[in-house]
Design a protein around this ligand. Structure first.
Ligand code: MMA
Ligand code: CA
Length: 199
């Protein structure tokens, strides 16, 4: 049985992908409140109790959405615009920007600047870096302690892939770029680098 929450998640992703393909900024809708519907007796027997006609129709809609998402992913993969790893989608528009512009672009698209948290995710970002033969800024910044880097949300990094003798900037290079071998270098934030977002 597919819960309303799962339905909402899949539906939301379909809306997001559709808008992303169209190049529009997206806003994620909030979870609909099915509880109040049930209390008011207006939900026509929504889960968990039965497998009503409405449930089966909903499952069918979900299968159709899932199929649509798969086809959209296929199209974006074919264009070498996206890669995936462990549920994360990495996407590029193939354009370059300085760090702050890249952060902004990813936010406008409903995502955030790519911050690989595993070797698999690093490889997924690397694929795009190699495809466009351009270093990419990562969603990682130097903290107030020189040489100590954190995620943009301020979390400790559980994974790093520094190039030998990096980070070397000692407070003078607050951003991080990925080289075409997948290793990381701390770098000034005003360079033009490939925009890679995560969703
Ligand atoms: C540049 C710059 C640094 C990097 C070194 C590596 C000279 O500075 O990209 O961030 O650490 O090269 O040699
Ligand atoms: Ca450096």
């Amino acid at each position: 049985m597919l819960s309303p929450q799962l339905f909402h998640k899949i539906f939301g992703l379909a809306v997001l992908l559709t808008h992303y393909v169209q190049g529009n900024p997206v806003a994620i809708p909030s979870v609909p409140d099915f509880t109040r519907l049930r209390e008011a007796g207006l939900d026509e027997g929504f889960p968990p109790d039965s497998s009503s006609l409405a449930d089966r129709e909903m499952e069918d809609v979900i299968l159709q959405l899932d199929h649509r998402i798969s086809r959209l992913e296929g199209a974006l993969r074919l264009e070498e615009k996206i890669t995936t790893s462990g549920g994360k989608i990495f996407a590029t528009n193939g354009k370059k920007a300085d760090f702050h512009t890249a952060v902004q672009k990813c936010k406008e698209a409903g995502g955030s600047l790519a911050a690989p948290g595993t070797e698999g995710e690093n490889t997924a970002v690397l694929y795009l870096v190699r495809r466009y033969n351009t270093y990419a800024y990562l969603g990682i910044k130097e903290s107030l302690i020189p040489g100590k880097f954190r995620s943009l949300g301020g979390a400790e990094l559980s994974y790093t892939h520094w190039h030998v003798r990096e980070p070397s900037g000692k407070g003078e290079e607050e951003c991080v770029e990925m080289y075409t071998d997948g290793t990381w270098n701390d770098k000034k934030c005003n360079q033009n680098r490939l925009i890679v977002c995560q969703f």
